[in-house]
Design a protein around this ligand. Structure first.
Ligand code: ATP
Ligand code: MG
Length: 349
């Protein structure tokens, strides 16, 4: 029995979660898996209800679970709150408390997106990249400060923190094409120098993996001009945040990208996009990022590759049949809403 806590969150979160969960029921029937599900408040809605974006009762439920399925949190409504009460604080809090240092974001190009991407097909056809982002260190968690004249956010990493994430990179590279790109800024940042030293040290244990180092500015350029050279990218928190949104362009929409955050006993699975307040409540949001995140949960928490694949293949089929939400629709697409998209995937399974 896999115990799931569902955190629908804010904005499009609740509607993409509602649409996607029936797929999990279908998968559980088909593959004989057992799930229990509990829903809890998290993010802006939790602040409105409890005065706290990450209430204690939610934390208790999370601690008793095997995995968390998260919609998305945040929105302009809560932007002016003090930092520790903002929905984003809940997100950083859950990552830190669960020790989720490893964020995995696969980025895949689908032929059907040809009209949505700015690249010529020859440059992008076949793009299949996994970005591994360090999630509990760096500038987002280092010492912060502010006075009238200055502000700072320290990038801090210990050798151990670098080693465990880089090791994940090598492990994943070993299961794929045995090529790993490590992204840093070792020409200017001390934290990046440590990153590179540790990476070189760990590399000795993986002689089969071809390791390449790139400065983050060059990595950003290379992702645009020649994305097919990449297979697995490993990088620190802020660089990974930026590069993975940039790489979303390769997949045609943020609405296509799932993510898994791992490192402790409990994994968190969520779409890479935010709460998209501009389209919330309109049945327009693409649920595929969330649906593909469920597949990642089946892969990493349930260790059921077959069930994970069943979802991924179903998504592929629905897209190849020309169905699209507005964010990925081209001139010949059959336009569908959030619910219908999820129903189509369910039927395929
Ligand atoms: P965050 O700070 O939480 O990452 P963000 O500022 O990056 O949020 P998003 O909420 O991810 O912003 O939205 C960015 C743009 O992408 C918006 O125009 C939004 O409508 C669009 N978008 C995001 N997710 C989806 C989705 N699932 N389907 C369709 N469009 C989406
Ligand atoms: Mg974002």
């Amino acid at each position: 029995m896999t115990k799931l806590v569902i955190l629908p969150g804010d904005g499009i979160g609740p509607e993409i979660i509602d649409a996607s969960l029936p797929i999990l029921e279908k998968v559980s029937e088909k593959f004989n898996l057992e799930f229990s599900m509990e829903t809890a408040d998290f993010g802006g809605n939790a602040y409105d209800k409890h005065g706290n974006p990450f209430p204690d009762e939610t934390w208790e439920k999370v601690q008793n679970s095997n995995a968390v399925i998260l919609g998305s949190v945040g929105g302009p409504k809560w932007d002016d709150l003090p930092r520790e009460l903002r929905p984003e604080a809940a997100l950083l809090g859950i990552r830190k408390r669960l020790g989720l240092y490893c964020n995995i974001r696969p980025v895949k190009y689908h032929d059907i997106l040809a009209s949505k991407v700015v690249w010529k097909e020859e440059y992008i056809k076949g793009v299949d990249i996994v970005i591994i982002r360090e999630l509990t260190g760096g500038a987002y968690f280092g010492a912060k400060g502010r006075d009238e004249h200055k502000a700072f956010d320290n990038i801090e990493y210990t050798a151990e923190e670098v080693e465990r994430i880089v090791r994940r990179g090598f492990e994943i590279a070993m299961n794929r094409k045995k090529v790993l790109h490590s992204v840093d800024k070792a020409n200017v940042l001390e934290s990046s120098r440590l990153w590179r030293e540790v990476t070189l040290r760990v590399a000795k244990e993986y002689p089969e993996v071809r390791l390449e180092h790139l400065y983050v500015d060059n990595a950003a350029l290379q992702l645009v001009i020649n994305p097919k050279q990449f297979d697995v990218i490993v990088t620190e928190n802020m660089f990974g945040d930026i590069l993975s949104d940039q790489a979303a362009a390769l997949a045609g929409s943020l609405g296509m990208l799932p993510s898994a955050s791992l490192g402790g006993e409990i994994g968190v699975y969520e779409p890479a996009h935010g709460s998209a307040p501009d389209i919330a409540g309109q049945d327009k949001a693409n649920p595929l990022a969330t649906i593909l995140s469920l597949a990642m949960m089946l892969r990493f928490t349930c260790k059921n590759e077959e069930a994970a694949k069943a979802i991924e293949v179903a998504v592929e089929k629905v897209m190849n049949a020309g169905f699209a939400t507005i964010d990925i629709a081209g001139p010949n697409s059959k336009l569908v809403g959030t619910k219908e998209m999820a129903e189509l995937v369910l039927k395929e399974i």
